[in-house]
Design a protein around this ligand. Structure first.
Ligand code: ARG
Length: 814
């Protein structure tokens, strides 16, 4: 059954809940504005008359001018004072919170906000809290939780402007008021006869705007029948949308919300968002998940108790805005199991995060116990799009795992990994460490031979996978992290025509076997023409992605490379960071300086009229990931003198970016204003490499930026710097740093001296392609040990691994 009601959040709660308690006696006493002291003017005037001197003499002019200044000062002061006092009287701080009262049981009447029963509880709670601080009142929105009553409330403090207010302090005052019962060692404290569960007290600052919702867009939905789908749909084509849904299930059940599609403006949740709370009020610390971008793929979320609040905001509906989804009531699920593995080697079963395929809720804890039939067999786990690594001092962001008493942190990646535990008895515990819901996890398990993890004639990848030896060094990424392509030797044979003829697959296999690339020259791969292909003038067709604007002229008439967005070939750059020199103005027209709150912070590259590519680590944390304090400076040579400046509309950080390893260190930035075509002399996009483009060690490329010129420098350079660097063999780089993933590449000079440094991050590693002279964005400045140290080259994000990801957001590049 579903019961539907207009929420009191927008109607009745605003009547009973927030009451502004103005305490005029506490406000500073207003002093009447000082009267201007006019006496001297009068005196001077009479003197003037007596002496009968001409009125416009110097002295009088000075006096009149002084009088004018005094009057002006008085007027200004009065206005200022009025403004300040007005601001003071407006200072209300809103809080929203909840706690569980253990000694009151839920009555169905509590659902009726006008019922006598509800009003009596509400009054009770209000009295309790009012006793401790006369500045606030507690109204009640309630719902039941197992064994007691969960009370939601708004608090409002009205304080003079000057007083500083802290969220934690208010929560502490409330908690302090609850005396913990030491006698029975429970976490239940007593407050005026109410038994309050200390662990349940949550209090957060809130925005009052939550209460200003719109007609027909706030609902309380009660649902009882498990697994029945109750629709949740809103849509609008104009105006502004702001909706709240309170979803409430019977005690002991949970709520699963499934979002089928969501249409909003993508702006990092600044204006548009869908927020799912694990409570009935918009309490920040109970957020389960926020969606900031439109989506068309099904996503579902599960609450940790029988209630959920869903808020939808799209205040400036331009196109279609809305949500299509449903919710259902589901029973609580136990996660974990005890499994007896089979004697046969290989994956035999699966386990998953709780409520799979839904996002798993925070606070989960699952235990899986495995036993293999023989002591020679261990347990192998195949994680899908996930990996676990030894836990270090830092906490884990995406689940922590305890496996036979060792701790590991989980992180999401774009491929599968295998983890082997060399023991016949395995005890695994997963704890959800994140405060939010997290992406669902799927793990295959099976037994493996401890002494021989991979079958004979197989290579063991660093992802744990086993690939046939024959697939090593064949140019295809069978290990998913390219570990099968490492240590392959820099060159292969087959570089004279006869050898390449006898070893046919080496020719036109998309992999440069010969140093001079001879084996890959003149390779035209025709495919049947259809709407997925690009057709040249002479009816030859290519895969669109490979042919159109990839910088290689595939069509005999060159039509595939005409009108492309990054058509710049080497022009005025007569080249001659660390070990760098001044550039020439306009030499690197894709170079961008990103300013955070007005100061240069990172670099970026122009890839289209609206989009820039930079490093994810520039936007780490809540302040830096907000696009509003950022501006992009384009067509700039001397720091601060840009030809074009635009605010940043949206920042898309790669979803697998790992702040501990800097893996997937890439981010896209959308400008609020596209740069004008008229500036194309000074601003030009750089080409994105073709998918999976191989880089060749020893190749010379350039790094540019306004970053520090020395490790010891305290600030960046004024003039844009450039330095020529060499791409370094991945094997060498892995042996230097150890943790260099397939998404990274190294460049520099082994003697040190030429490198990027602090402030250059996000900037380009630009390589000019010999075949057509085009500049390709091969890397993004990411990290390094110190700057310019011998044997520690700079590490860059390998852009060729992210081409489909970039096209997901910037399809116009295709
Ligand atoms: N992370 C640095 C930044 O924030 C860039 C480091 C590059 N270091 C290097 N040695 N290449 O600007």
């Amino acid at each position: 059954d579903i019961e539907q009601k207009t929420s009191p959040l927008c109607t009745s709660v605003s009547n009973i809940s927030v009451q502004m308690v103005t305490r005029p006696e506490k406000l500073p006493v207003r002093k009447p504005p000082r009267k201007p002291h006019r006496k001297p003017i009068g005196k001077v005037k009479s003197k003037k008359k007596a002496k009968k001197t001409p009125f416009w003499n110097i002295q009088n002019k000075i006096i009149l001018f002084t009088a004018f200044l005094v009057i002006l000062a008085v007027i200004t002061w009065t206005f200022l004072w009025l403004h300040i006092s007005q601001a003071e009287s407006k200072d209300a701080f809103y809080f929203v919170g909840l706690f569980r009262i253990a000694n009151i049981e839920f009555l169905p009447e509590y659902r009726q906000k006008e019922s006598r029963e509800f009003l009596s509880v509400a009054q009770n709670v209000q009295q309790v809290v009012r006793k401790y601080s006369r500045n606030y009142r507690i109204p009640v929105a309630q719902e039941v939780k197992k064994g007691g009553l969960l009370v939601h409330f708004w608090l409002v403090f009205v304080v003079p402007h000057a007083k500083v207010f802290c969220e934690e302090c208010v929560a502490a005052v409330l908690k302090d008021s609850i005396q913990t019962s030491i006698v029975n060692r429970t976490s239940v404290g007593s407050l005026q006869g109410l038994a309050i569960d200390m662990d349940s007290v949550v209090l957060n600052g809130a925005s009052f705007s939550f209460k200003l919702c719109y007609k027909g867009c706030a609902q309380d939905l009660y649902a009882d029948h498990p697994f029945q789908h109750f629709p949740l749909e809103i849509s609008a084509t104009s105006g502004h949308l702001k909706c709240h849904f309170k979803l409430i299930a019977s005690v002991g059940y949970l709520i699963r919300l499934s979002v089928v599609s969501l249409q909003i403006e993508a702006d990092n949740c600044i204006t548009d968002s869908l927020t799912i709370y694990d409570s009935l009020m918009p309490i920040k610390s109970t957020i389960l998940y926020r969606i900031c971008e439109p989506t068309r793929s099904l996503m579902s979320f599960v609450s940790t108790n029988n209630l959920m609040l869903v808020t939808f905001k799209s205040p400036r509906v331009r196109r279609l805005s809305g949500i299509r989804g449903y919710f259902e009531v589901i029973p609580e699920e136990k996660c974990g199991s005890t499994i007896l593995a089979k004697e046969n080697i290989g994956f035999e079963g699966k386990f998953s995060s709780p409520y799979y395929p839904s996002y798993y809720p925070p606070k989960c804890k699952c235990t899986w116990k495995f036993q293999t039939p023989l002591p020679t067999l261990g347990i192998a786990l195949k994680f899908h799009n996930y990996t676990i690594t030894k836990k270090n001092v830092k906490g884990c962001d995406h689940g922590w795992w305890e496996i036979n008493e060792h701790m590991y942190c989980g992180s999401y990646i774009d491929h599968q990994t295998i983890f082997r535990i060399a023991s016949s008895v395995v005890h695994i515990q997963l704890q959800c460490s994140s405060r939010l819901s997290d992406k669902p996890l799927l793990v295959e398990y099976g037994s493996y031979n401890i002494s021989r993890p991979c079958p004979t004639n197989h290579f063991r990848c660093s992802t744990g996978l086993c690939v046939p030896q024959a697939q090593r060094c064949d140019g295809s990424n069978d290990c998913f992290d390219e570990s099968d392509e490492l240590y392959c030797g820099m060159l292969k044979p087959a570089c004279n025509i006869s050898a390449s003829k006898s070893q046919a697959p080496l020719v036109c296999d998309g992999f440069r076997d010969c140093e001079d690339g001879r084996d890959e020259q003149n390779c035209i791969q025709r495919i049947p023409c259809n709407n997925q292909t690009f057709k040249c003038g002479n009816d030859v067709c290519f895969r669109k992605q490979n042919a159109k604007c990839d910088g290689t002229v595939d069509c005999p008439d060159g039509s595939d490379e005409k009108g492309c967005s990054c058509s710049r070939t080497s022009s005025s750059v007569v080249h001659r960071i660390i070990g760098g020199s001044d550039t020439l103005e306009g030499g690197w027209p894709w170079q961008v300086s990103l300013h955070f709150v007005g100061s240069a912070y990172c670099g970026a590259s122009v890839i289209s009229r609206e989009w820039l590519l930079s490093a994810a680590h520039c936007f780490q944390g809540s302040r830096l990931s907000d696009p509003r304090p950022w501006t992009a400076h384009l067509g700039m040579y001397i720091q601060g003198n840009a030809k074009f400046v635009s605010p940043v509309r949206r920042i898309v950080v790669h979803e697998y970016y790992n702040s501990q390893t800097f893996d997937y260190d890439i981010a896209l930035l959308q400008l609020s204003t596209a740069w004008p075509e008229t500036m194309k002399q000074l601003i030009q996009p750089i080409c994105i490499p073709p998918v999976g483009q191989k880089v060749h060690s020893g190749e010379k490329c350039w790094i540019t930026g306004w970053g520090r010129r020395n490790e010891a420098d305290s600030k960046g350079s004024t003039t844009l710097q450039q330095a020529e660097v060499e791409l370094i063999d991945q094997t060498v780089c892995v042996s230097t740093y150890g943790i260099v993933t397939a998404r990274m590449l190294c460049a520099g000079v082994m003697s040190g001296k030429r490198d990027a440094c602090k402030g250059d991050s996000g900037g380009p590693l630009s390589c000019q392609r010999k075949s057509d002279g085009k500049w390709i964005l091969t890397g993004i400045v990411s990290w390094g040990r110190g700057c310019g140290r011998a044997n520690f080259p700079g590490v860059y994000t390998r852009v060729s691994n992210f081409v489909p990801w970039i096209h997901r957001y910037v399809p116009s590049l295709l």
